[in-house]
Design a protein around this ligand. Sequence first.
Ligand SMILES: Cc1cc2nc3c(=O)[nH]c(=O)nc-3n(C[C@H](O)[C@H](O)[C@H](O)COP(=O)(O)OP(=O)(O)OC[C@H]3O[C@@H](n4cnc5c(N)ncnc54)[C@H](O)[C@@H]3O)c2cc1C
Length: 303
Amino acid sequence: MTEMTVFQMNLREKLPSVELRFDEPMSRHTSFRIGGPAAVMAFPKNARELADLLKVSALLDVKPAILGAGTNVLAPDGGIDNLVICLKDCMGGMERIDDTTIRVAAGVTMTRAAVFASNLGLSGMEFAHGIPGTVGGGVYMNAGAYGGEIKDICVAVDVMDMQGNITRRTNEEMGFSYRHSVLEEAQLIVLAAEFKLIPAPSEEVKAKMQELLRKRSASQPLDLPSAGSAFKRPVGGYAAALIDQADLKGYTVGGAAISTKHAGFAVNVGGATAADVRNLLRQVSDIVFEKSGIRLEPEVRIW
Ligand SMILES: Cc1cc2nc3c(=O)[nH]c(=O)nc-3n(C[C@H](O)[C@H](O)[C@H](O)COP(=O)(O)OP(=O)(O)OC[C@H]3O[C@@H](n4cnc5c(N)ncnc54)[C@H](O)[C@@H]3O)c2cc1C
């Protein structure tokens, strides 16, 4: 019996109420539609179940990986010999906590949170409408678009450490920077975030969200699996412009290609493997470096 089989049996026995799936394909849980099976995928319904999962994992010396909506993750072809804890749709709930502040659980999508804010006549989250990830992933990544970023609106985040202890971090303690937060180094899990917004007529907020959505679908290859922008914005330029100038639109490796619609997107044009995407990103980064002297770094998290 392998160590993982023992772990699977232990989890089933110790946590009978937590939804567990064994050998669950990561391709079902990533927007790239890529990735082999996770040995165990768990779907905790609340913070208590999450804490129980973490405690059992720590006892058995397993360090789980955290997944939101999988819209910024490239999962390995060979699968993950580990526990993956998926929070999308599990850790749910949104509430207004004062005139201008909302609290949103980690598993809620950013689009749903933005719609919730707009229904309350609160402005400031429009940029997040259309970013397909969860609030947990958005806070972890300091997601942003069209001039807005999570760091501009996030006042506090409730986090859980790998032992199941809950603490609260203020905006200043989150160490937000471009597509990064301190959570990456601190290994903390987002449970919920509070966003401070500005009162505005609901119809105006909704009109702005619709306008941004139109811009998105006009410029991005939303009909093909991807993880959004493949590369971070480099100092002194834009990744998409540099890739375009290097004539790499449509550049293909196996089933992965640079989108012909938006040079910043790597897309799965059919049957792409994680190796195809990794090779595509490496080759594109090298060619752009040769031509411009600027090194592109992946934005997508390569697991
Ligand atoms: C079509 C498309 C368009 C996109 N447009 C944008 C855009 O405009 N702007 C932008 O910033 N991004 C964009 N993205 C990328 C992606 O949606 C964001 O990075 C998003 O914030 C990721 O959220 P997620 O829930 O999918 O996280 P995942 O992809 O599941 O995870 C990303 C990272 O966050 C960690 N994580 C997830 N949830 C938690 C949690 N609760 N606690 C701690 N860590 C966690 C994971 O471990 C992983 O390291 C786009 C993606 C696609 C496919």
